[in-house]
Design a protein around this ligand. Structure first.
Ligand SMILES: C[S@@+](CC[C@H](N)C(=O)[O-])C[C@H]1O[C@@H](n2cnc3c(N)ncnc32)[C@H](O)[C@@H]1O
Length: 210
């Protein structure tokens, strides 16, 4: 199991899963909505959601495009169980690490990840995996809260100190640089607030043929 994700992340979400949708409803609905406003999704797309959690983004995509092909990956069995209840047969769900996706090369048109990047112990490896599984000219969209706002910097410092599941938060520039180093080409870079506390960033990058 240690290959799936570090124990603290799995322990955190085993504990949080039952209250996640209720407790984080505002944050999740706004972050999903803001992400989907910034990336164009076609009804025929094959979409992979990494760190899909309880399936909010997948469900939103299913409502918009009933025939879309959806896959979700998460390290927490408890979060996936809730996603499975919500989505039924509407998505393929896999217990796996972002750093080791159980997926063939170049099968997805779009790879999305919302609010999971700050947990990844090896973000370089996770981005290399995203690049591997997306098709040429396919897109990768990442949203997370960020260090560009004082609230995000404070939260990052507190969580680094007191929350074993947390790894690190990034600025928009750091995130864009990681994507570029992975050989991806950012075409949209935005940071924005959804309330006084949460400052988010969304980066959409394209995989151009080597
Ligand atoms: C804050 S939740 C976000 C869930 C969902 N994307 C959303 O927007 O509501 C973070 C999720 O990332 C997952 N996660 C963290 N590290 C992971 C990793 N290395 N591989 C796969 N999933 C991971 C957690 O299990 C958790 O479900």
């Amino acid at each position: 199991m240690s290959q799936i994700a570090p124990d603290p992340v799995r322990a955190e979400y085993a504990r949080l899963s039952y209250q996640y949708d209720r407790r984080w409803s505002f944050y999740v609905s706004r972050s999903v909505e803001e992400t989907l406003r910034r990336v164009s999704v076609q009804p025929s797309d094959r979409v992979l959601d990494i760190g899909c959690g309880t399936g909010a983004l997948l469900r939103s995509l299913r409502q918009r495009h009933p025939r879309i092909e959806l896959t979700g990956v998460d390290a927490s069995a408890e979060m996936l169980a809730i996603a499975a209840e919500k989505l039924g047969q509407g998505a393929r769900l896999c217990l796996a690490s972002a750093q080791r996706l159980p997926v063939r090369d170049e099968v997805f048109d779009l790879v999305i990840s919302t609010s999971a990047l700050h947990y990844f112990r090896d973000p370089t490896r996770a981005l290399a995996e995203m690049k591997r599984v997306v098709r040429p000219q396919g897109r990768i969209a990442i949203t997370d809260w960020c260090r560009d706002f004082w609230t995000g910097r404070l939260l990052d410092r507190l969580l680094c100190r007191f929350n074993a599941a947390h790894y690190r938060a990034y600025t928009l520039a750091q995130c864009a640089e990681m994507l570029q180093r992975a050989g991806l080409h950012p075409e949209l870079l935005e940071r924005y607030k959804i309330d006084w506390l949460w400052g988010l960033m969304t980066v959409v990058a394209v995989k151009t043929p080597a």
